[in-house]
Design a protein around this ligand. Structure first.
Ligand code: DNO
Length: 386
């Protein structure tokens, strides 16, 4: 029998949210990465040790490494793939040498998570991240001008897109492109040209090709993971759709089961992100946990509220389309069967109160996450007492 452990994402020494803030929030563990190291380069031992020492001096523990980014050459299995695989193995060995054995990563082509707005104002005045299919389509059709793009959107999405784009100010158009091309804050975004050429490249690879490349990646790092007791946790696609013509392979239960069967070894784990999976109305999260719960080694808890055409905003942690009570109940049941604790972090929070006047990493301001964590903590205590 084990327990859920509270962790908190930290973007490193430049994060406006400090380690001392994290301690005050009550989290025990830190989730972080060497964000300044360019994707694909080796994480050297000294730098990992230094970062770990900083966290421990603050009375915390570095619980999860999120993310060790997978270089595009590996995802596309192109010419430099073997070199980047070797770099990845070296980074994993170095992490394990520092006692870091739980890693989160994703296999989303080029873009990490995607939103179309980073600060919509909610009725109560707080700000939230938002995804609108019509804005994505406007970008796709009129900025990216992708061939065949209109076939990928439903008529109710396309209906107003032309007008919507025509009425968008230049500033908003530029902002929309920046947001879509952004990826992880504190890491570099990509250019429109890079996106265009990746789209062409992935059109040839397709979904099955990407699955094969993922399997190849996992088998290539498998011996290192097994020798050093490392668990990899794959983050689901955010949102859980193939967007902008790019294939995606971790969007629903079928995908998750495919991955679990393709590499059945225990180093192949899942990062269960309720916000990412929850943005798809086809995903029944408690049912997914019933099927693949044993593979879950890390959890991101956040909620979303969808509208009729699948647009969604990030809602309060206990208020949205994800039934957080049921999800938490299942997670607690899972911890009963585990020997090791299951780390979770309150994922994204609203920008609110004092944070409205600060520059923060989108989704990662302190107070909103603190509120989310407190609510989740209460839920755990309540369900645990039952
Ligand atoms: C967004 C995050 C993701 C996640 C990566 C994992 O807020 O959950 O950026 O860290 O996809 O590789």
């Amino acid at each position: 029998m084990s327990s859920l452990v509270e962790t908190w994402r930290w973007f490193g020494p430049n994060d406006p949210v400090s380690l001392s803030d994290i301690r005050q929030a009550g989290a025990k563990g830190v989730v972080t990465a060497l964000h300044h190291v360019p994707h694909g380069q080796v994480w050297n031992l000294e730098e990992i040790q230094e970062r770990k020492a900083l966290i421990e001096q603050a009375g915390l523990e570095w619980t999860v490494v999120e993310s060790v980014p997978v270089h595009e050459a590996i995802k596309t299995r192109s010419a430099d793939c073997e070199r980047y695989l070797e770099n990845y193995r070296i980074s994993l060995r170095n992490l394990a040498a520092c006692g870091l054995r739980l890693v989160c990563y994703n296999f989303m082509p080029v873009l990490d998570w995607t939103r179309t707005d980073l600060a919509i104002t909610l009725p109560n005045g707080a700000k939230a991240l938002y995804f609108d299919w019509r804005d994505l389509a406007a970008f796709d059709l009129y900025v990216l001008k992708r061939k065949g793009a209109s076939e990928d959107y439903r008529p109710e999405v396309l209906r107003h897109v032309e007008d919507r784009f025509a009425n968008m100010s230049e500033a908003r158009r530029a902002e929309l492109s920046d947001i879509i091309l952004m990826g992880v804050p504190t890491e570099k975004g990509i250019s429109l040209e890079q996106l265009q050429s990746s789209i062409d490249q992935y059109a040839v690879i397709g979904k099955q090709g990407l699955r094969n490349n993922w399997t190849y990646f996992m088998k290539a790092i498998g011996p290192v993971c097994e020798a050093h007791g490392i668990t990899m946790t794959m983050h689901p696609d955010d949102p859980p759709y193939a967007i902008l013509g790019l294939p995606r392979i971790v969007s629903d239960l079928e995908d998750l089961e495919y991955l679990a069967h393709a590499v059945p070894d225990s180093y192949n784990g899942i990062c269960f992100c309720t916000g990412s999976l929850g943005a798809g109305p086809f995903n029944d999260l408690p049912a997914i946990l019933d099927r693949i719960g044993e593979r879950v080694e890390f959890v991101h808890l956040r909620n979303v509220r969808r509208d009729g055409i699948g647009n969604f905003y990030e809602s309060d942690h206990l208020d949205g389309d994800v039934d957080m009570v049921k999800v938490m109940d299942k997670l607690l049941q899972l911890t009963n069967k585990r020997n090791s604790p299951l780390p979770f972090r309150p994922d994204h929070g609203h920008q609110m109160l004092d944070d409205l006047h600060k520059v923060t990493n989108p989704g990662y301001s302190a107070i909103g996450r603190l509120k989310g964590l407190a609510e989740l903590r209460g839920l755990i205590a309540g369900l645990g007492a039952e």
